[in-house]
Design a protein around this ligand. Structure first.
Ligand SMILES: NC(=O)c1ccc[n+]([C@@H]2O[C@H](COP(=O)([O-])OP(=O)(O)OC[C@H]3O[C@@H](n4cnc5c(N)ncnc54)[C@H](O)[C@@H]3O)[C@@H](O)[C@H]2O)c1
Length: 253
């Protein structure tokens, strides 16, 4: 079978670098990285908030993993509108125009934070064993989270009306260091223990997202953390993703 031609936007970001390293090891993917400026590996420069630059960018690609965005829950409206909302529309339009078969979209756990850590922070307490389902009503905590819900819904529209397959991954928390214990003793420790996503689990989730048969799906993408607040059984059923790591194993040492 010929290698799948996969574009990665935001390829030099934290997750982009993990996928650039991890995705093409089996030779089943031919990666085309997109970055906003020249970086330390060959890439195509595209500002995804510029219609003129995005048009034609996805020619000859089978799939795109869309990571480029402002990833900050504290980003102001102007940044979110530009990098997450306008850019998402242009990315999906280019998928439609270039007949890209599939878009894999980096959504976020923040879409549910009103449920998980804001209104009921005790849900991060391991003893309560809350497990949110994929069809629980979203409860965004920021313009950032709202922009990711917009992305999921625009994906639904393009999957239904334009045949662009869409896989939205509600990603937990991945850091460059791949070590959740870096947050030991901080205010973020409980959150990290619930949301940790290891590099290898992140690669595997994206591998599944590129392959799974679907027109549209959403999934929670975290490691198999004992203290998770997301239901992973549904994700295993729809995406075929079965994470290997568990934040508690790191904290045990
Ligand atoms: N890291 C996490 O734990 C996490 C969790 C949930 C969701 N996500 C999502 O995953 C994606 C990647 O996250 P990350 O942690 O690697 O972020 P990052 O900031 O390290 O990388 C994002 C990249 O996107 C690029 N970018 C931003 N706006 C752009 C534009 N208009 N045009 C071109 N490039 C642009 C930036 O230059 C950067 O390289 C983001 O969409 C983020 O919201 C990340």
């Amino acid at each position: 079978m010929p290698a799948q031609r996969v574009g990665i936007t935001g390829a030099n970001g934290t997750i982009g670098r993990v996928l650039m390293k991890g995705l093409n090891v089996e030779g089943d993917c031919e990666l085309t990285p997109f970055t906003r400026r020249p970086v330390d590996f060959p890439s195509t420069i595209v500002h995804f908030d510029s219609a003129a630059e995005v048009e034609g960018a996805f020619q000859n690609l089978d799939a795109v993993i869309h990571l480029a965005a402002d990833p900050s829950p504290s980003a102001d409206w102007e940044r979110i509108r530009t990098h997450n909302i306008d850019a998402m529309y242009l990315v999906l339009e280019e998928c439609r125009r270039a007949a890209v078969k599939r878009l894999v979209f980096a959504s976020t756990n923040h879409t549910m934070h009103g449920n998980s850590i804001l209104t009921t922070p005790e849900t991060l307490d391991a003893s309560t064993a809350v497990r949110m389902k994929l069809d629980d009503p979203p409860n965004p905590d920021s313009y950032y989270a709202v922009s990711k819900l917009f992305g999921e819904n625009l994906g639904k529209l393009y999957s239904e009306q334009h045949g662009v397959e869409f896989v939205g991954l509600r990603i937990g928390w991945l850091t460059a260091g791949d070590d959740p214990t870096a947050f030991r003793g901080t205010a973020s420790e409980d959150y990290m223990r619930a949301m940790f996503l290891s590099h290898r689990d992140c690669v595997e989730a994206h591998r599944c997202a590129l392959k799974v048969e679907t027109r549209f799906l959403l999934a929670y993408v975290i490691s198999d953390n004992d203290r998770r607040v997301f239901d992973l059984e549904e994700t295993a059923a729809v995406l075929g993703f079965e994470p290997q790591d568990n934040a508690e194993d790191y904290f045990a040492h």
